[in-house]
Design a protein around this ligand. Sequence first.
Ligand code: ADP
Length: 619
Amino acid sequence: MKLGQHKQKSFRVKLIFIFLFVAMVPLIAVAWSNFYLVTQNREQNVLELQRLALANAEDKVSRLFNEKIDNLQLVVSAPIDTLYQLRASDIKFLLESSFSPGYYKRLDMIDKTGNLLATIGKDSDFSINKIYLDNFSSTSPYVSELESMIDEKKAVYFSGIEGDLKNLPDFQTAILGDNYFGPKEEVDGESVMRIASQIMNSENEVIGVISAEINTLDIQKQIELIQVGNEGGIIILDSEGLIIYQSKKSPFLYKSEMTVFPLINKLIEKKQIGVSSYEEYIYNEKQRVLSGRYYEKLNWYFLSDWPVKDAFSVVGNLFSQTSKIFFGIIVLVVVIALIFSSQVTKPVKKLTEGVKRIKEGKLDQDISIKTDDEFEVLGEQFNEMTKVLKENKELRDEFVFVAAHELRTPVTAIKGYLSMVLEGGFGEINDKTKDALMICNKSNERLVQLVQDLLEIARSEAGRMKIELKKNNINELIDTTIGELKSLSDEKGIKVSYKNEGDRPVLADQAKLQEVLVNIVGNAIKYTKGDGDIEIWHEEKEEFLVTHIKDHGIGMTKEEVDQLFSKFYRAQNEDTANIQGTGLGLFICKEIINKMKGEVWVESEKGKGSVFSFKLKKE
Ligand code: ADP
């Protein structure tokens, strides 16, 4: 039984291991290569993260500027080819509709040739170049309209120089159709920047330029909030390498010259668009990494600056997240393996239990396996086999019963006649004949005992053993047993001691209990070599009375004890070689005691003796 259990367990464990192995090998390989790559390429990863951070920052900044420039683009929905075809009030209207004080400090409208045509400022004061008047005759209604605007203080004149803006970069860029983003400058203590776009006609032709001076404070505020990792930030340099914007996390001062870093120097020299390397430096005793790229659209350089510890910890986080996922998967695989293996081994377990029941002689229970596969077929076959075994057993029991029953009459007759002959009932017999008949008688007695035992077992197994439970004084039965076996014990010089201390009532069948006592005490005498006392005593255990029979005989090994109560079991060793027996006595005792709701057991030591004990309900 133990062996069976052990095998069953190991099969399940094996299955779990196979499952784990199959599932884990690729997982471990992937995870290991991942870990390896993450560790090996930690620096590469830092660079990658910086690249990402810079791309994000650029995206954000370009969105900020695009918002501003989008507002600027003007389309005049008429097929005119010069701005001078517009009325002054229309020019004013166009500028006013584009001008938003939150966005711009000033808006300038420049004609195709580079003349500043009109401008609108912070307080929405509109001024127009006298050149405008030069394009119309003094009788033109446009001129009188403008004059009345001036009278009503809706506009002021200024006299600009012909083509004075045509060499400025904002005009030059925008007139060619590109948006212009100028450098950041300090004007009257404020940071300003010039941006410019086109004015188009309905044919999508450029008919002028609109240029704005923007206040960079809100851009600066937004850039200050940009973060890289937890502790890093971005820095924006102008074309000269001076800091113009930066995150609050940056350790540098505005306008610092970043060209002191060889990496930045190289970056400016080569106008590198991609991030290809980083430079480590120490600031405030902390190691930091700096990398950067050129941002063509604004002619700026975007740098990312990061404390090494933070940079590596972000990479480390990636690592720990991968580990978490990995261990999560391991747990999942183990759970699935456990469930799966228990499912697979369930039918095996059922079959093992079935085999165990058969070994115990229980042939009535079927096993039920519903797996819709070979195991189910095996289960059905198993049940078929149990059925056949049961039929065979019934046949065998029946045969034993019939044979024993048929043998009983002749052996009893032989017994009767032999004792009559031996007692001289058929006349005097000489000693020689007597000796021979004595041997016959002894053999016949064994035959009688065997037939009796077989009948008893057959009855018990067929459920025909009659047990009548009632109050019986076991002390009296013990005394009777000792008396019955006296000639045997005396013959071997064995003293059977039992202190009868009065009535010890138990729930039992008198004849059967007597049979048990004769068997156990008889064995104690039989399996004692030479002399050696036998003691019998009782012990009370809750509602039971336990009777112990102790001998100082040959004793038994543990293996022998384990099989003692099996049918036909006889210990085979030199001590028992010359002792006659059937191997059925203790089996019958166990059947009887169990049927009397009791229990029988034994403790024994080879060469020292045994203690047989049985308990019965007290009455
Ligand atoms: P048997 O007819 O062989 O005595 P039992 O069923 O009574 O059959 O006993 C089974 C076996 O148990 C014996 O053959 C013997 O080996 C062992 N046995 C029984 N009682 C004792 C005992 N008191 N001391 C040692 N061995 C014993």
